[in-house]
Design a protein around this ligand. Structure first.
Ligand code: 5RP
Length: 231
């Protein structure tokens, strides 16, 4: 078997991406921002995946030397498949980061984490001097929590305790995220569980309040982050 001509190289991802045309459009904008030598934080999800494929075309055609810091194993594999070299936050500070989002309100607050990668995504966004959020128009909402719950990554044995404390913030519903087609919970790349919490109202301090609960690793609430939206 020739190394590189393996299952990884033959994988065809992204066949069932929703709103593909709109996502391709914003992905293209991101690829046009890449400069030779850039260290780029690469977000997760289908929009980020499309952006990486467009970046890879420029890297190949223009012989650019860039490195990506992936926010998930899936995106790390995508980089490997597309021939984009990767690095880490131990070695490099990103020049900029791009990522997708599930909901964005009028003040650019966001809910992220349908893919469960919000901890590393928040780490990359916090470490980057500039972040671009690429979002098709369906992601724009007048009020956060309209279509998606707030995902909360928790240490597994903290499940009962975190649920008890979370109830004080009056969620409409809290669910343990289950793996599709399986009788078990989703386990994150960090070995943790995800609680999806629905709130009628998401006040500014909810992100901090959730984060302060012992056992919470991170939430998918992004309130007042320094991001530019490309929609
Ligand atoms: C993953 C994320 C994604 O960026 C978010 O779910 C958007 O995904 P998509 O681009 O597939 O709509 O936060 O944790």
């Amino acid at each position: 078997m020739e190394w590189g001509k393996t299952i990884l190289s033959s994988l065809e991802w992204g066949k069932s991406i929703s709103n593909r045309e709109e996502k391709e459009r914003v992905a293209k904008v991101i690829s046009s921002m890449v400069n030779d030598g850039d260290i780029i934080g690469a977000g997760s999800g289908s929009t980020a995946y499309l952006a990486l494929t467009k970046i890879a075309e420029r890297v190949k055609n223009e012989q650019l030397h860039i490195r990506a810091i992936p926010t998930s194993q899936e995106i790390r594999m995508t980089c490997a498949r597309l021939g984009i070299p990767v690095t880490s936050l131990w070695e490099h500070k990103p020049d900029w980061t791009f990522d997708g989002a599930d909901e964005i309100d009028t003040e650019h607050n966001m809910i992220k984490g349908r893919g469960g990668a919000m901890f590393k995504e928040k780490l990359l966004i916090s470490s980057s001097p500039r972040t671009y959020i690429i979002a098709d128009p369906s992601k724009m909402v007048t009020k956060l929590g309209t279509r998606f719950p707030v995902p909360i990554e928790i240490f597994p044995e903290a499940l009962t305790y975190v649920e008890e404390v979370l109830r004080a913030y009056n969620p409409k519903e809290i669910k343990l995220r289950m793996a599709e087609g399986k009788d078990g919970p989703v386990i994150t790349e960090n070995g943790n569980l995800i609680l999806d919490a629905w709130f009628d109202n998401i006040p500014d301090n909810l992100e901090r309040s959730i984060k302060s609960i012992t056992g919470v690793i991170e939430s998918g609430l992004f309130m007042h982050y320094n991001v530019q939206i490309i929609s």
